[in-house]
Design a protein around this ligand. Structure first.
Ligand SMILES: C[S@@+](CC[C@H](N)C(=O)[O-])C[C@H]1O[C@@H](n2cnc3c(N)ncnc32)[C@H](O)[C@@H]1O
Length: 188
């Protein structure tokens, strides 16, 4: 997929409103993964707060932009790889903002099992999960029903679970039907 237009449109946008909910819940800086980091705006936000961040994306373009914008003192590792091939170390935060659903099965479940195990008790997961009524289903992206999303976080504290199911637009202005779960959860 060509992400150039997406990165361009996102460059000047503020972070998603979920980050406002995340910020007061952040533990003291530890290790975070930004999986499907794109141009790394979330990585930069965390690095600025003193976090060690591993930023992963399979496309070089966004990673290059991130590399160019990283202050020299940042503790950020960039990995160009499919996220499902990365081995996660024990960590305090995993971000999968608008990225996890691009991973087809069995990789989707494999990386899901990894972050469920890697996040330390008290650590956080934040991202989006696509629902079955989303129009991108025809592209083969991976979806979960609301019941499946709730089951995934059964033993987690859900700080935010918002289901959006409505006509809308993509970041680059194309019409689409969104069915997406915005999730912010904390491992108990
Ligand atoms: C919609 S963008 C989101 C980027 C960023 N997280 C954000 O919120 O702006 C999706 C990103 O996921 C990356 N991506 C898609 N499938 C991936 C995979 N299997 N492994 C790693 N990155 C992937 C794409 O290259 C793209 O940069």
């Amino acid at each position: 997929m060509n992400w150039t237009d997406y990165y361009l449109a996102k460059r000047t946008e503020p972070l998603h409103p979920l980050f406002d909910i995340l910020e007061p819940l952040l533990p003291s800086p530890g290790l975070a993964y930004d999986l499907g980091c794109g141009q790394g705006k979330a990585t930069l936000w965390l690095a600025d707060k003193g976090w060690d961040v591993v930023a992963v994306d399979q496309e070089p373009e966004g990673l290059q932009e991130l590399q160019d914008r990283l202050p020299p003192e940042s503790k950020v590792e960039l990995i160009r790889s499919p996220m499902e091939s990365v081995v996660l170390n024990p960590c305090d935060l995993v971000l999968m903002n608008f990225s996890w659903f691009f991973v087809p099965e069995p990789g989707f479940s494999q990386i899901g099992a990894q972050w469920q195990a890697a996040i330390r008790p008290g650590g956080l997961w934040m991202g989006q999960i696509l629902g079955p009524e989303d129009s991108w289903v025809e592209r083969g992206y991976t979806t979960r029903t609301r019941a499946e999303v709730e089951a995934l976080f059964e033993r987690w504290k859900l700080h935010h679970l918002e289901e959006v199911c409505r006509a809308g637009k993509t970041v680059t202005g194309d019409s689409k039907h969104w069915h997406v779960f915005h999730v912010l959860a904390q491992r108990c």
